[in-house]
Structures are given as C-alpha cells and as structure tokens.
Design a protein around this ligand. Structure first.
Ligand code: 9D3
Length: 227
C-alpha cells in the first residue's frame, strides 16, 4: 500500500513512523510512505500557504491553490484523498479496515483553522477526525491513522498477533492478565488461571471481559461494528 502525507511539518513525522512495526512494514515493502511538504507547492516569493478568511474571523485558513496543485500532482487513478480535521467523521477500527484495503491514500493534514471549503468540495473523498479534543494540527492524527492501518496490512503482524485480531474477544475490552510471580507484594493471581483447566479459564476470561466492558465502555455493548 502507498500512503502520501501532505503536511506543513514533515519533520514531525520522523520518529513514530520509523520504529517498530511500521519500520518493519516499510522495510518489507508492504507500506510505502512518502512525506510531501505543502510549502513546495506554494510559488510566490514568500511561499504562502495560508490567508485570512473572507468575512472576517480569527485565525488563518490553508489557501486552496497549493493544496489543489499538490493533490492534482500526487493523485492517481485509485487514490483516496482524505482530509484530517476536527470536523471529520470519527475514525474507528471499521474505518481502519476499510482504508487498509485501499491501494493509495493521500492524507492532507489540517493546519491553522482549517481548509478553504472548495478543497472539501472538489478534492476530498473523505474527512476524518480522531476524536473530540482539539489538537494543534492534523499531523498526529495522520500518524495515528497510519499506525492503525499498517498493522492491518497483510503480512505485517506475526501469526500470533494476527490470530488475536479475529479472536472472540473482538468488540469487548481485554480481560485482566497476569504473568509471574503468582504472588507479588501480597497480591495473588486469580486461582482459576493457575488451575490448568482451560474451559474454566476461557469462561472466566469471557465473564471478566463482559464485566469490564459493561463498567467502562457500555457503548461497546450496543454497537457491533466498531472493533
Ligand atoms: C473552530 C475552532 N477549531 C475547531 C475545533 C478550529 C481548529 C482547531 C484545531 C481547527 C483545526 C485544528 C487542528 N486540528 C486538526 O487539524 C485535527 C484534529 C483535532 O484537532 N482533533 C482530532 N482530530 C483531528 S484531525 C485534524
């Protein structure tokens, strides 16, 4: 899969996307990730990428010309163009799965107060937010989304990790887990986990997962397609 990221701050992406599973996926050629500097598409003397909103109001908007030129240069036949903004639909695991099946993503980071509306109307196939809190720009959301997609690409996770992906526990929070020692500072591991009775253990885990989900995330029990 190919992902182009259009951003004013390509340097923010060094680090998170160069480690661990994403690093492995890139080295194996399963993910081809390219950072594109939006400023390279501004051609006036000052390389201007923003301007004041018509009608007044606080802050600056990303002006349309550099984004149009960049997207027209980078998009191909099968490209999905995705804007990142607080006004997007909320990213979740179902969207991650959907995006992981695409051939080419072009992710356009929001900066300043956001996009000229014509970018939405003409260029965007989708607009995503990662949740209801205010960040300074769309760079971290892009990294979050790239991370969630990459681990779903074929061959990126090991067999063990992939198997967990389709296990029964989907849609619930994780059950409590313990490793050695069986007693630590007076805190004992639940007896059933030491019993060797695999049917009892499976039943206990399912029960715990349901209890924990009802307590912390009752919303997950009413939806079905979000994990
Ligand atoms: C109208 C006032 N603000 C909206 C809440 C303007 C605004 C604030 C912050 C516009 C852009 C931003 C920068 N944030 C993003 O670009 C962003 C974001 C976020 O802030 N939270 C969760 N997901 C995302 S995706 C992009």
């Amino acid at each position: 899969m190919k992902i182009d990221v259009l951003t004013l701050f390509p340097a923010m992406f060094a680090g998170p996307l160069d480690e661990s599973i994403i690093k492995r996926a890139r080295e194996a050629g399963r993910l081809e990730l390219t950072l594109q500097n939006l400023r390279d598409y501004a051609h006036d003397r000052h390389k201007t990428v923003d301007d004041r909103p018509f009608g007044g109001g606080p802050g600056m908007l990303l002006k349309p010309e550099p984004i149009f030129e960049a997207v027209e240069n980078l998009a191909r036949e099968n490209t999905r163009v995705i804007l990142l903004s607080p006004a997007g639909r909320r990213f979740d695991q179902a969207i991650a799965r959907e995006l992981a099946a695409q051939e080419h993503l072009l992710m356009v980071c929001g900066h300043y107060e956001g996009f000229d509306e014509r970018v939405r109307e003409q260029l965007a196939d989708d607009e995503l937010s990662i949740g209801d809190y205010v960040l300074t720009n769309g760079a971290l959301p892009v990294m979050v989304i790239v991370d969630a997609i990459t681990r779903l690409l074929p061959g990126v996770l090991g067999d063990d990790e992939s198997a967990r992906e389709d296990s029964f526990s989907q849609g619930l929070l994780e059950y409590p887990q313990y490793t050695r020692p069986a007693e630590f500072r007076g805190m004992k591991v639940p007896e059933v986990l030491l019993s060797g009775n695999h049917a009892d253990i499976a039943r206990w885990r399912a029960e715990q997962a349901h209890l924990r989900t009802r307590e912390r995330r009752p919303d997950l029990l009413s939806e079905t397609d979000n994990l």
